[in-house]
Design a protein around this ligand. Structure first.
Ligand code: F6P
Length: 527
């Protein structure tokens, strides 16, 4: 099934995107998808009608629709862990039944949501001024990203997110907190993650050092209620979720508690409704009008088709500053795998490297390479038609203008003749004109997509996050991999555990490689 993509890529690699626009006055509309509040424009890519047909055939050949239906219906599609994949159930606000092992899981989901609301309302009405979420990876990035994204809607206590085992993280956070008025949320699906448990113990010691009782100052968000209660958090203060919610897909449920406390239950439910609306779209729209499917197919085209190893996510929204980090985990932990579901090796590349920063800051940092470097980096721009600072509309107009200018510059580039004309106007001639002109050439014909939204509200953020989740799912299905396990993080964890005593004690490091022994020696000399 990859042969057709290979052939299409050979034909399309050098296709002029500007020529595609010249040949089709309706290209912008024909190569865009509108769904809910969002517009996804992929017309500034080399994809033409024939390429799109190939990509859609690829999705069909991988049975994307059938796999999608299996996921939503609770089939155990995470088959290296024997689990269903039902983060979508967490935003199923209408209560439609979803069966796992013969049992409807939705009453439990709604019950937990109601408990979250009670807890959130209590905390919002209490004297707590600061809430510290202690978690890492999927137990941190979602709420941390959304807390910043939805700052205009935050009217609860301040929230902080401590994730790193580096003491600097918790020390810097606690320095600004009053022990009497700080609530800790220990967010860990497994309740065994070493970073989180170390930070949680430090938080507990901090309260004790200040003579403050830990009673009523800890909440646990976990699938492992036993471990939480063993740690000292009673079951009535544990909000649980099932093993069918993967860590990086978990912000819709209890892991989102800090966000709910910050923005209030109603705004949190608007976020869920946004995600649920995207689920409905994903389940019902035809493939070529299906936003997650087309976003995935554009990704497959650029990475597995044309061989572009990275993609930049460039939100023109300062409040989406953590979105690239969130998407890094979502995409790279899900689709960074070399083995297909059936145990065979992939014959194409796995998911791409995802990276990015908000515009316009990135423009003054790394866009140089995007415009004139030797490698092509497909860019995914996103921007809202309206900002929240209505009285500063001119800022937002500049923001939009910059976003559109970047995709236009990537598309058009600047030819050598144009560069020569600019240098001639400056009075240069001869070899110097030629030399200087060459530095000012932009190759152009570089692909980008743009996701437009009306305004970054809780509901729109829900649509965007669910859109990307389903994109990752579709890409994973086409690659034939399991997007819902993460065995690749285990080895490092095991080795860190074995290295701990070598760092802190005098245990011999004879079985370590020469480099590791030398680095340990350096630590011993200076610590
Ligand atoms: O190490 C990877 C990982 O398992 C992620 O998948 C997960 O989001 C993170 O660690 C945190 O895990 P937990 O919520 O169990 O502490």
């Amino acid at each position: 099934m990859w042969d057709a993509l290979k052939t299409a890529a050979e034909a399309g690699r050098d296709r002029s995107i500007l020529d595609l626009f010249d040949a089709d006055a309706d290209r912008a509309e024909a190569f865009s998808v509108t769904a809910l509040d969002l517009l996804f424009d992929y017309s500034k890519t080399q994809i033409d009608t024939a390429t799109r047909d190939v990509l859609i055939a690829l999705a069909r050949a991988a049975y994307v629709e059938a796999r999608r239906d299996s996921m939503f219906s609770g089939t155990k599609i995470n088959d290296t862990e024997g689990r269903a994949v039902l983060h979508t159930a967490l935003r199923n606000l209408d209560g439609d039944p979803v069966m796992v092992d013969g049992q409807d899981v939705i009453p439990g989901v709604l019950d937990t949501l109601a408990r979250m609301e009670t807890v959130a309302n209590d905390v919002r009405a209490s004297d707590f001024t600061d809430v510290v979420n202690i978690g890492i990876g999927g137990s941190d990035l979602g709420p941390a990203m959304a807390y910043l994204a939805l700052a205009p809607y935050c009217d609860g206590p301040r929230c902080h997110f401590v994730s790193n085992v580096d003491a600097a993280d918790i020390a810097d956070t606690l320095r600004g907190c009053d022990p009497e008025k700080t609530l800790f949320i220990v967010a860990s699906k497994t309740f065994t993650t070493i970073e989180t448990m170390t930070n949680a113990r430090t938080a507990r010691a901090w309260l004790q050092e200040h003579g403050v009782s830990t009673d009523g100052r800890f909440i646990a968000l976990s699938s492992n209620a036993d471990a939480a209660s063993e740690w000292g958090i009673p079951s009535e203060r544990v909000l649980g979720f099932e093993d069918w919610v993967g860590g990086r897909y978990s912000m819709w449920g209890p892991i989102g508690l800090s966000l709910m406390i910050a923005i209030g239950p109603d705004a949190f439910k608007a976020f869920l409704r946004g995600g649920q609306a995207m689920d409905r779209h994903f389940r019902s729209a035809a493939l070529h009008e299906n936003m997650p499917v087309m976003l995935a197919l554009v990704g497959i085209w650029h990475n597995q088709g044309l061989g572009h190893a990275t993609r930049a996510v460039l939100p023109y929204d300062n409040r989406l500053s953590r979105l690239p980090a969130y998407l890094q985990q979502l995409e790279m932990e899900s689709n960074g795998k070399s083995v297909a579901m059936d145990g065979t090796s992939l014959t194409v590349h796995s998911g791409p490297v995802v990276w990015g920063e908000p515009g316009t800051n990135g423009q003054h940092a790394f866009y140089q390479l995007i415009h004139q470097g030797t490698r092509v980096i497909p860019c995914e721009f996103m921007v809202a038609a309206e900002g929240h600072e209505a009285d500063l509309r001119h800022h937002h107009e500049l923001l939009i203008a910059n976003c559109l200018a970047q995709s236009e510059a990537l598309l058009r580039g600047r030819s050598l003749d144009e560069a020569r004309a600019i240098m001639a106007k400056k009075g240069l001639t001869g070899d110097e004109l030629e030399r200087q002109a060459r530095h000012r050439v932009f190759p152009g014909n570089r692909p980008s997509t743009t996701l437009m939204m009306p305004k970054l509200t809780p509901e729109v953020l829900g649509q965007i996050i669910a859109l990307y989740e389903h994109r990752v799912f579709v890409e994973g299905v086409i690659l034939g991999i399991n997007s819902f396990d993460q065995w690749g993080v285990e080895l490092g964890k095991e080795l860190a555990t074995s290295l701990g005593p070598l760092v802190s004690g005098d245990a011999p490091a004879d079985d370590k490689d020469g480099s590791t022994q030398a680095l340990l020696g350096y630590v011993k000399r200076y610590s």
